[in-house]
Every structure is written in structure tokens, then in C-alpha cells.
Ligand binder design. Structure first.
Ligand SMILES: N[C@@H](CCC(=O)N[C@@H](CS)C(=O)NCC(=O)O)C(=O)O
Length: 212
């Protein structure tokens, strides 16, 4: 049965289109244009009470009943448990998957997200402090990822997991938060490897905006 993906063309939206493509799950996109306030529509708030994308509705949820899920990390775990894929059973890799998924949700998302916010401001003084603070933190996080990937093919070790899908959504936006991946060669190697996967490519190509 088809899963409805409520999303827009943003890092958090792309994490889920990438995961759905890699898991080969049938899905249908329901565009929620957050630049037009569609995230505040009462029908959307019923499935995503924090008025943010992404969210999913799975008609074939637990016990065959429909279920809605919001928060991208929860969606990734839900889909991984549903399919048994990209969610290692081996305990050490399982823990590593959770660690790097939480690292993304708590840091490598909120921090570059603030860079995206401050970089768009027109007032110089407002921009300056915000950019200094959040660019520094974003670059620190890239250095943490670089160290991890210097010793591991993927974030959880040898296996591709939902942690990689979570992180690729934000790494995709590195030009917007002004990071040159050449400064983080192991992240660059991983990024190129991820982007060469047909499933990941399809996840980034699927239309997540209304047709113009
Ligand atoms: N922690 C949430 C963050 C979701 C989020 O920030 N979504 C943004 C787009 S990437 C959004 O919907 N913003 C609309 C708004 O804040 O009104 C998740 O990972 O799902």
C-alpha cells in the first residue's frame, strides 16, 4: 500500500524521499509549500502538530491500521523497522546508527539551519553574530563527521543506514551554508559515494514542489 509523504524541497523533506526510494517503498508525494503557509492548514496539523514537514501517513500501519508519523528521525526509524532495512541488528552497529541519527537531529540540522536563516538577513549587524556563531558550529560538526568517516565507510560502520539518509539531507545543502567539502575529504568521499547511488539520486530528483 502506498505511503503519503507530506514534504517540501528542503533537507528534512529530502531525507525521507531518499529513504523511501532506497527502501523501494511505494509512496505518493503530497507537497506542503512552507513558503505559502500550507504547513498551518488544519488538515496538515492533524498529522503534524508541530506544523513542520516532513510527515507521512502509512495506510498499512501497525495491525493494518493507518498511522501518521511526524519528525523526520521518527519517520526514518518507523520506516526502518517496517522494512527491516538500513537498521542493523548487530548491537554495536545498531547503537552507532542511533548515535549518528541523533547527532544529525540534534546538531547537524539545527546548526546549518541557523546559518541558512542568518545568511538571508539584510541587516549586517544581525547577520554578523549569527553567522559567526552558527558557521563555526556547523564547521565543527563537519570536522566531527570527517573524523568518523576517516575510519568508517558509513556513519554506523560498514553498513549503509538511516543515519546516512538523515545526514545526506543536510550535507546536500553545503553550498547554502558555505561549506567547501574539499576541506573535509572523508565527508566528500562519502558524499560522492552516496550521490552515486540510484536510490539516493531518485530521492533528490522527485518533485517536492507544486508544478509552476
Ligand atoms: N525536527 C523536525 C524539523 C522539521 C523542520 O524544521 N521542517 C521545516 C522545513 S526543513 C519546516 O517545515 N518549516 C516550516 C515552519 O517552520 O513553519 C524534523 O526533523 O522533522
Amino acid at each position: 500500500m502506498t505511503i503519503d509523504l507530506y514534504a517540501f524541497d528542503t533537507p528534512n523533506g529530502r531525507k525521507i524521499s531518499v529513504a523511501l526510494e532506497e527502501m523501494a517503498l511505494p509512496y505518493r508525494v503530497q507537497v506542503v509549500d512552507i513558503t505559502q503557509g500550507e504547513q498551518f492548514a488544519p488538515a496538515f496539523l492533524k498529522i503534524s502538530p508541530n506544523n513542520k514537514i516532513p510527515a507521512i501517513v502509512d495506510a498499512d500501519g501497525p495491525g493494518g491500521a493507518p498511522i501518521s508519523v511526524f519528525e523526520s528521525g521518527a519517520i526514518l526509524i518507523y520506516l526502518a523497522e517496517k522494512t527491516g532495512r538500513f537498521w542493523p541488528a548487530e548491537p554495536a552497529a545498531h547503537v552507532a546508527t542511533m548515535e549518528w541519527l541523533m547527532f544529525q537531529m540534534g546538531g547537524f540540522g539545527p546548526m546549518p539551519g541557523q546559518v541558512h536563516h542568518f545568511i538571508a538577513l539584510h541587516d549586517d549587524a544581525d547577520r554578523r553574530y549569527g553567522l559567526q556563531r552558527f558557521m563555526q558550529e556547523t564547521r565543527r560538526l563537519y570536522a566531527v563527521m570527517n573524523a568518523r568517516l576517516s575510519e568508517n565507510e558509513f556513519f554506523a560502520g560498514r553498513e549503509l543506514t538511516i543515519a546516512d539518509f538523515a545526514i545526506i539531507g543536510w550535507a546536500w545543502r553545503h553550498p547554502r551554508h558555505k561549506v567547501d567539502l574539499a576541506d573535509y575529504p572523508h565527508v566528500q568521499r562519502w558524499y560522492q559515494q552516496m550521490m552515486a547511488r540510484p536510490g539516493v539520486r531518485r530521492g533528490f530528483e522527485v518533485a517536492l514542489r507544486h508544478p509552476s
